[in-house]
Design a protein around this ligand. Structure first.
Ligand code: SAM
Length: 278
């Protein structure tokens, strides 16, 4: 199946360019163009938007994003073996695909993009969480992106959308839901990928809120949440005692019982505590 772009099927692309998957680069490829188009559609209407894609690999999702009408796709790929396959896609979509060969953790994409900007990626598992945290924690809000549509291991996706009281609730849930609306929009079994990973995956869609849900200083909130969940089984008065000598008073000022554990504390309460500690 070559789909609507006249390019070869992805199995042929990986055979031609000898793209045997490398575990060290988190390479689990999506080779079904119907599926990559479906993921691209989860990003919403892309016409008139630039899209940042991290880790295009052989380009299945890249093709989906372009076919779904993205104004421009900027794709950052670490594996230079993928560049010839990506060059073929760039040729099929003149002026709409720019590829940067490099590490997405090192490259600043902003100079190459014009707002409004969406980010859409089947992320390499080894850098996915780090990139998400970076995108969620810039000093200034709103951020450079409007939406994030990202594939994660199912367990990470559940941590992003988790609610208080659940085991999955933690730092990722607080950081994501403080400044964005987050939901799981698609679940994928291991068999959707080549080679199949050991675990299931899910696509999470995040939309940046115009301003954070509750006021708080970002750096203080990050510190509080990191300390609280680093020792999630401890009562907060113990887990947070390094943050202030009078932590019990501050917890009470924020309406949180000092004997509470991090897992039970709502986003609103964490923000109140960050304000009480600022
Ligand atoms: N998007 C492709 C797909 O859906 O078939 C490939 C997804 S695969 C899970 C992750 C891709 O990210 C691989 O192509 C890998 O080479 C690339 N990658 C890994 N680490 C990277 C990094 N630090 N910066 C940019 N790309 C990276």
């Amino acid at each position: 199946m070559s789909g609507i772009d006249g390019l070869p099927p992805l199995r042929e692309v990986i055979a031609t360019h000898e793209l045997s998957a490398k575990k060290s680069l988190g390479q689990n490829f999506l080779l079904d163009l119907n599926l990559t188009a479906k993921i691209a559609r989860q990003a919403g209407d892309l016409s008139g938007m630039d899209v940042l894609e991290v880790g295009p690999g052989p380009g299945g999702l890249t093709r989906g994003l372009l076919a779904e009408g993205a104004r421009k796709v900027l794709a950052i790929e670490k594996d230079t073996r993928c560049l010839p396959a990506l060059a073929e896609i760039a040729e099929a979509y003149p002026g709409r695909l720019e590829v940067i060969s490099g590490d997405a953790l090192q490259v600043d994409p902003l100079a190459h993009l014009t707002p409004p900007i969406a980010i859409c990626a089947n992320l390499p598992y080894n850098v996915g969480t780090e990139l998400l945290v970076r995108w969620l924690t810039p000093e200034i809000w709103p951020p450079f992106w409007t939406t994030l549509t990202l594939m994660f291991q199912r367990e990470v996706a559940e941590r992003i959308v988790a609610q208080p009281g659940s085991k999955a609730y933690g730092r990722l849930a607080v950081l994501a839901q403080w400044r964005a609306e987050a939901r799981i929009v698609l679940s994928l079994p291991p068999s959707a990928f080549t080679p199949p990973p050991k675990v299931s995956s899910a696509v999470v869609h995040l939309r940046a809120l115009p301003e954070p849900r509750f006021p708080a200083e970002r750096a203080v909130l990050e510190r509080v949440v990191a300390a609280a969940f680093n020792q999630r089984r401890k009562m907060l008065r113990a887990a947070l005692k390094g943050l202030a000598p009078d932590i019990e008073d501050r917890l009470e000022a924020a309406g949180i019982a000092p004997t509470e554990r991090a897992e039970q504390v709502s986003l609103e309460q964490f923000c109140a505590l960050a304000r009480a500690l600022a």
